[in-house]
Design a protein around this ligand. Structure first.
Ligand SMILES: [Zn+2]
Length: 303
């Protein structure tokens, strides 16, 4: 299986969820082995940061990458869309500190990727094959990764709310339609918004870019996109955070009540010991198991 990149560039504009600042993000095709590279075009010298777990500098409510003077927040939804559609390489320019939140899901990123298309590059895809089970736990939350021939994310959440409660969802690369997770929005409690704003966070948050709940109901006029939109968004987040491995993972990930912090701790724990994994080049014989090509039905779903 060959590495892929975008066929053409695309640009999306919107505000940052936490900063409230407007920004434009442009994703461009890139050469093999670039991975995903974020570039701050608004800063002197246009500094960049690679989408790698060692550059995670903050995981409060969103994943922030930093390297030298370059900081970019809320990278996870775009990274999730790249992973779901098998985009290994891209240069992502942004003219502000945060990737726009758009509608709170990765739907617009997915549509943009499908509209420009992807193409293969003359270099085999490399993957991180998980060889040993790795687990991290924190305050009743846990995250596990274990050997598997494909990439799977099994997530569950348990929220004390009449509309959420216990929910679970399984994503299997090549079997689950990417839209089943990429369309699902981030969510939060109305009672938490005040506190977040005092901390200078969620300044751009509104019913246009998040599901907002009070103690009894969803406040968004359009309601939910699916009854389990909450746990599906957790899968979306997890895939974006796990994309910070720098290449696709071959392993089964199981998550309970996890968040950005636990996702990056799991990845760091996996990569901390070379006996846990091996980097493998996918030759032609592996291509069926990978299944990263978007099926034709998807292009229709997004048109
Ligand atoms: Zn999210």
């Amino acid at each position: 299986m060959l590495q892929r990149t975008l066929k053409e560039s695309f640009t999306l504009k919107g505000i940052g969820l936490h900063s409230g600042r407007a920004a434009a993000v442009t994703a461009r095709p890139a050469v093999p082995n670039t991975g995903i590279l974020f570039v701050r075009t608004d800063l002197p010298g246009t500094p960049s940061v690679k989408a790698k777990v060692e550059h995670v500098v903050n995981t409060q409510l969103a994943t922030t990458l930093g390297d030298g003077s370059c900081r970019v927040s809320t990278v996870e939804h775009l990274l999730s869309a790249f992973l779901a559609f098998g985009v290994d390489n891209a240069v992502v320019e942004v003219d502000g500190p945060e990737i726009p939140i758009l509608d709170g899901s990765a739907r617009e990123f997915a549509r943009a990727i499908l509209s420009v298309g992807t193409e293969s590059l003359l270099q085999y895809r490399r993957v991180i094959q998980v060889l040993r089970r790795v687990e991290v736990k924190l305050d009743g939350k846990w995250a596990v990764i274990e050997p598997s021939n494909g990439f799977e994310v099994h997530a569950s959440i348990d929220w004390d709310h009449p509309l959420i409660g216990f929910q679970e969802f399984v994503y299997e690369q090549g079997r689950t339609e990417p839209e089943d997770i990429l369309d699902c929005r981030t969510f939060g409690m109305l009672e938490d918004v005040e506190g977040l704003r005092r901390m200078g966070l969620a300044l751009g948050g509104s019913l246009d870019n998040a599901i907002v709940l009070d103690r009894a109901a969803v406040l968004n006029p359009g309601g939910l996109r699916s009854a389990d939109e909450f746990v599906r968004h957790k899968v979306l987040d997890a895939m974006g955070d796990l994309a910070l491995a720098g290449m696709p993972l071959q392993g089964r990930v199981r998550l309970h009540r996890s968040g950005h912090d636990l996702h990056s701790k799991l990845l760091a724990a996996l990569l901390s010991d070379p006996r846990n994994y091996e980097v493998r080049e996918l030759s032609g014989a592996d291509s069926e198991a990978q299944g990263a090509e978007a099926p034709a039905s998807l292009a229709l779903a997004y048109s």
